[in-house]
Design a protein around this ligand. Structure first.
Ligand code: FAD
Length: 217
C-alpha cells in the first residue's frame, strides 16, 4: 500500500493480509475476468514493523509511477493476447462456415472485418514491442505506456466486436470462447486507469515537452 508519511510524502509499505486492522471486503461478481479476486481494502489503525517499508521513506511516488508505467504496458499486452485469440477464432470460423455455397472468408464484407482485426493486432503488437524495448533499455516511458494502454483498449474493443460479428449468432452463445473474450476485454478499460486518465497523462507529457523525436530512436 501507499501511505502518507509526513513530512517525507508518500511511502510504499508492505502490509500482510492478516495484519490486525486490515479488512478485505470482496467486490460483487464481475462481468468478466472471473478468475481474478478483487476486494475493497480498509485500513484501520494498522501497525507494521519498519522492515515493511519498501525502498526509502518518501520515495513511494517514484515506486508508484514506475509500477504503473510498466503495468499499463502489461494491460496493453493483455489486450493484444485477447485480440489475437479473437482474430484466430474468427478466422477459423470464417474459413469453416459456408453460407450459400461459399465460406464466409470469401465474402468481401467479412474479409473487411478480418483485415481490420489484423490491422489492430499488428499495430498494437508493434507499439508494445517499441515500449518494451525502451523499458528494457532503462528508459522511462510515461507517454508510450499511456498510448499503448489507450490504443490497446480501443483495439481489443473493436476486435472482440468484430469477432462476434464474424461468428454470427453462435458467437453470442457459450459454445465458443468469443463471448468470454468480449466480456474479459472490457476490464482493460479500467485497470491502471480509465481512458480519461490516459488522455490527461498523454497530453500532459506532450505539453511538458516530452522528447517525442527521441521516442522513435
Ligand atoms: C474487476 C476490477 C479490477 C481492477 N483491477 C485494478 C488493478 O489491478 N489495478 C488498478 O490500478 N485498478 C484496478 N481497478 C480499478 C480501476 O482502476 C478503477 O475502477 C478505475 O480507475 C476507475 O475508477 P473508479 O471505479 O473509482 O471510477 P470513477 O473514478 O468514479 O470514474 C467514473 C468515470 O468518470 C471518469 N473520471 C473520474 N474522475 C475523473 C477525472 N478527475 N477526470 C476525468 N475523468 C474522470 C472516469 O474516466 C470514468 O469514466 C479494477 C477495477 C475492477 C472493476
Amino acid at each position: 500500500m501507499l501511505a502518507r508519511t509526513p513530512p517525507s510524502g508518500l511511502s510504499a509499505i508492505l502490509v500482510e493480509r492478516d495484519r490486525p486492522g486490515l479488512t478485505i471486503e470482496p467486490l460483487p461478481e464481475t462481468m468478466g475476468c472471473k478468475g481474478g479476486q478483487h476486494g475493497l481494502l480498509t485500513f484501520d489503525d494498522v501497525r507494521v514493523p519498519a522492515v515493511n517499508l519498501i525502498g526509502s521513506e518518501g520515495d513511494g511516488e517514484e515506486h508508484l509511477e514506475r509500477a504503473l508505467e510498466i503495468s499499463r504496458v502489461f494491460i496493453a499486452a493483455s489486450s493484444l493476447g485477447t485480440a489475437q485469440r479473437a482474430l484466430d477464432i474468427a478466422l477459423a470460423h470464417a474459413k469453416a462456415r459456408v453460407t450459400f455455397g461459399k465460406p464466409l472468408a470469401e465474402r468481401q464484407a467479412v474479409q473487411r472485418y478480418l483485415a481490420e482485426m489484423a490491422m489492430d493486432v499488428y499495430a498494437l503488437r508493434h507499439m508494445l514491442l517499441d515500449a518494451a524495448r525502451k523499458w528494457d533499455a532503462g528508459q522511462r516511458i510515461p507517454l508510450e505506456a499511456s498510448l499503448c494502454k489507450l490504443f490497446g483498449l480501443e483495439a481489443v474493443g473493436r476486435v472482440t466486436d468484430r469477432a462476434l460479428l464474424v461468428q454470427g449468432g453462435i458467437g453470442y452463445t457459450r459454445r465458443t470462447p468469443v463471448e468470454r473474450l468480449y466480456r474479459d476485454a472490457r476490464l482493460n478499460w479500467l485497470e491502471e486507469g480509465p481512458p480519461t486518465v490516459h488522455y490527461l497523462v498523454a497530453a500532459r507529457e506532450l505539453a511538458h515537452g516530452y522528447a517525442w523525436d527521441d521516442a522513435f530512436g
